[in-house]
Design a protein around this ligand. Sequence first.
Ligand code: UD1
Length: 382
Amino acid sequence: MKILSVVGARPNFVKIAPLMAEMRKHSDIRALLVHTGQHYDLEMSDFFFQDLGIPQPNINLEVGSASAARQIAQIIERLEAVLESERPDLVVVVGDVNSTLAGALAAVKLGIPVAHVEAGLRSFDRTMPEEINRVLTDAISDFLFVSEPSGVENLLKEARPASRIFLVGNIMIDTLKSCLARARQLRPAEDQEIWGGKHSDRPARFALVTLHRPSTVDNPTLLQALWRALEEIGSAIPVVFPVHPRTRKRLQDLGLDASPMAPPFAPANGIRPIAPLSYLRFLHLESMATFVITDSGGIQEETTVLGVPCLTVRENTERPVTLTEGTNTLVGLDPERLKQEAQQILCGKAKRGRTPALWDGQAAQRIVGILEQKLPEVSRGA
Ligand code: UD1
């Protein structure tokens, strides 16, 4: 079986790593990797390949940054040529980014079966670019690999056939479990550019922040109010903020300086902006944080497994199990609520949770087992 996987953006790399590793264990599978080039910076891409031991992509489509339409169009066009020459038996796409949808579309148009890893998640908010990517990718995929029970329900409601839906668990958690011990050992040089000085200078408690979604950071009034809220939280607890390139630009437009911190590492407002972190360095901080503030999808899941309280700055989540079973709380696009919930945690009233079923580090193994068994049937059009 020749299986070609398509990745493009940071969260994709975390999801493909265990699958590439698992496929390489099977002599009947030839695994190819295509990087679309959606993310191209060292910090957004290369460091993830290094940390996660992902093999170098066989092909890089080098599409770079552009509007969603251009990005998707260019990926389809360039990937079509690759698929025509490679003729894989299956294309695997992961997550919900533009590269996911484009990869799936290029494949189905050539009659190549598609597997979608992390299928079925729904925020029911069609203003989110990722929601459109999720709905459309699931509509054209032959294998729907799902991470939590809500995904199965959503796909059945959308009339996707039950025979194509597989609840396999959460592949990001495979990566987390295999990397956590290594991530926890990082120190003290890794700490230095955040806290300065020695390892012992790291405070016992700190909050970790990531914000990058257009709906959060492209609204100047909201972004400014969130920054002020972070400053207030920063007066009670140090706030470490690895800043996504989009967010840095938007903060700059508001006259707010989020350039990586320089010595003496003691910001007056308590916020410590740093460059985006590699996977291991981020996981290191995430696992040690008192709480996390985010608008990311995957971080809601990681904090649930780590048992770290997570305040999600969004009105909805496509990962409801992190609310019902995990440590996640939705605070809306509401800086006041964010401050109140942070205060609750600082008073010792943090939400506790448990790890959802099948988030056990074995998702990739389940996926490859199903593909080995079922792909021959799908390829024959059964
Ligand atoms: C994409 C995903 C989002 C995911 C996020 C993780 C879509 C629709 N969105 O959003 O779901 O959570 O990745 O980061 O696919 N840029 C750089 N260097 C890079 C990449 C991007 O500077 O290596 C800047 C560019 O100015 C670019 C902007 O970031 O225009 C946005 O990048 P883009 O790939 O369009 O989407 P993200 O916001 O990163």
